[in-house]
Design a protein around this ligand. Sequence first.
Ligand code: ACO
Length: 344
Amino acid sequence: MSDQPTARIVATGRYLPDRVLTNADLERMVDTDNEWIVERTGILERRLASDDITPVDMGARAAQRALEKAGVAPGDVDVLIVTTATPNHWLPSTSCEIQSRIGAARQCMAFDLHAACTGFLYAVSVAEGCLASGRAETVLIVSTEKMSSIVDWDDRATCILFGDGAGAAVVQGATEGRGAAANGRGTVAGRRGILSSFHRSDGDMAPLLQRAAGGSAKPLDEERLRNKEHLLRMSGREVFKSAVKSMASAGTRVLADAGLTGDDVDLMVPHQANIRIIESTARYARIPMDKVFVNLHRYGNISSATIPVALDEATDEGRIGPGSVVLTTAFGAGLTWGAMALRW
Ligand code: ACO
């Protein structure tokens, strides 16, 4: 952690497909009921992209919105990072396809970063490094997920959880915000940008959440397809326990590193996977639920897109503004997890 912020999210954007899949719809598809889903997850409905809408389509729309809001032309992006667990193709990267779609071909470096649901927070840290090293002045992060394409729609334990959508963020140097008026608390008071961050992964836990087939280890064949080994499988209870522990410890650590406490946080924006995980994380960080942004009842878990989509909604709603102290936390397959404290 540096004691001077070097990077700042200057604008965000989002795209959510129109089609809504409610819990009542799911009751007609698998052996489940609305009450179970709401009580165990907090999800009421999720958005699904139609067959002709790809992660590239969704990501490009979110990116264009974020660039418009930032007043940045596509050609002025130096680095484009895409996070996705559902790439359009294995080759080339989804970032190259989005780069072409938004009219930035040949103008910047573009690559995919894969850290499942934690992808956005990992990408912000990579962006911070690009800015601090002087290799970039503007980094565009696009988190785009078509989870409906990798979910087994016959598996009630997973198909109720996920949705589709995309979020984007423009990240630039924090210098312009230094010394800006904020609420004057903590050791890093007044500086706008990323105050502290913490990321970890635990490859020993990889089997808890994976798509076993379809990669080089288990190329697709008829039997694996028949057994649906290419679709997402999860040990929900184990992932749940690990998520609570890791998000809570990462969240409290970044606050301590920034010299802040839960009282200093204006809004917590956690990964939106399960309302019970969010409530436990908030409790550990001593942040009351009225200072926690929740939209999973409308969108479900959109993997790495949840945080940029939530940040974009929170700014649109005026719940985040210049000087706001924001705490974000995430976890996902890998397992991966992380947290970030920032002053908006
Ligand atoms: N409807 C009704 N019953 C169900 C359903 C359903 N949709 N799904 C499971 N059940 C049943 C189970 O079969 C089980 O029945 P049994 O006791 O007769 O065996 C019972 O409900 C309890 O199952 P659990 O899995 O123990 O339920 P739990 O309270 O743990 O909730 C859930 C399950 C919601 C999946 C929870 O574990 C969870 O949210 N885990 C975290 C998942 C997550 O966030 N994953 C995303 C990671 S991010 C990424 O990288 C993609």
